[in-house]
Design a protein around this ligand. Structure first.
Ligand code: SF4
Length: 62
């Protein structure tokens, strides 16, 4: 059986345009490389109510 491979350079998710450049999964342009994302909350009534639950703050040296 082949070992599970972890892709260190995942491809961007097609159809997702993200501007959150301080997320560890952001490619620095407009794309997300998380592989998959989760968006919520379930009680949202406007687009402004929603957020990406997969977001993780990118650590910087500053
Ligand atoms: S995980 Fe969410 S916030 Fe981070 S790059 Fe992907 S879509 Fe943007």
């Amino acid at each position: 059986m082949d070992p599970i491979r972890i892709d260190e350079h995942p491809k961007p998710i097609k159809g997702i345009s993200c501007s959150v450049k301080n997320c560890v999964y952001h490619d620095g342009k407009t794309q997300c490389t998380a592989g998959k994302i989760a968006v919520g909350p379930s009680n949202a009534v406007t687009s402004g109510d929603t957020l990406c639950a997969t977001f993780q703050l990118k650590e910087t040296d500053q």
